[in-house]
Ligand binder design. Structure first.
Ligand code: DX5
Ligand code: ZN
Length: 221
């Protein structure tokens, strides 16, 4: 499976989002972090901003919902035109229902787990989703340190995904830079979210190329 790089606009300059999107056109998707002050102790933006991003972005949107009550909200983001919508497993006890509500609106569905959440219970939902996100930092803030302790979980997920034969993306998010991307690629990720390492770079295009090359030379299939 090809490598994908998803710049997270949480690290972009919010006063000029349109220009910031133009800096990262060599990437694959734009990662959009929605936070609600409840599921995580931070607030970013919601549906009205995502609706505008859908029309302003040259790349498809990968929406990461760090919110409570995804049963209520996830399908609205799919409806707004996000290409994929990822919700947190910890935020719902009805993950299959949420995934189906996203897919029924024509978007890809993703399920995310925090660093301390066991992957085990979610391995049986693999055919209900298109993407699994293993958080490599505690969700809520950009610029945190990559948690290597999540790598065993990632390895296990990769094994199960390969055995399943399903076309599933294995995504990592948090603390990804040119060094940590190697560990995540080796452990089995194929889709990499990077916020500060891309938007804080002088030349975002070069940074995306560097991340892609580093991941490609360590991804194991
Ligand atoms: C964290 C967000 C991430 C964040 C990553 O809660 O989900 O997408 O923007 O930022 P960096 O790459 O700076 O860790
Ligand atoms: Zn994210």
């Amino acid at each position: 499976m090809s490598i994908r790089i998803h710049p997270s606009i949480l690290a972009a300059d919010f006063t000029k989002l349109g220009d910031e999107l133009q800096r990262v056109t060599d990437a694959d998707y734009i990662h959009v972090d929605v936070m609600d002050y409840h599921f995580v102790p931070n607030l970013s933006f919601g549906l009205p901003v995502v609706e505008r991003l859908v029309s302003a972005s040259p790349l498809p949107l990968d929406v990461h919902l760090m919110i409570d009550d995804p049963e209520r909200w996830a399908s609205d983001y799919a409806e707004a035109g996000a290409n994929s919508v990822t919700f947190h497993a910890e935020a719902t006890d009805r993950p299959v229902e949420v995934a189906r509500s996203i897919r029924s609106r024509g978007a890809q569905a993703g399920i995310a787990i925090k660093p301390s959440t066991d992957i085990g219970p979610y391995l049986e939902l693999l055919d209900e989703v298109d993407l699994i996100l293993v958080m490599t930092v505690e969700p809520g803030f950009g610029g945190q340190k990559f948690l290597e302790s999540t790598m065993p979980k990632l390895r296990r997920l990769r094994q199960v995904v390969d055995l399943s034969g399903l076309e599933l993306r294995v995504q990592v998010d948090g603390g990804i830079n040119e060094d940590t991307i190697v560990m995540a690629a080796e452990a089995g990720a194929d889709t990499f979210v990077a916020g500060s390492s891309i938007f804080n770079a002088q030349n975002a295009t070069e940074q995306i190329a560097l991340l892609r090359a580093r991941a490609a030379s360590h991804v194991h299939h």
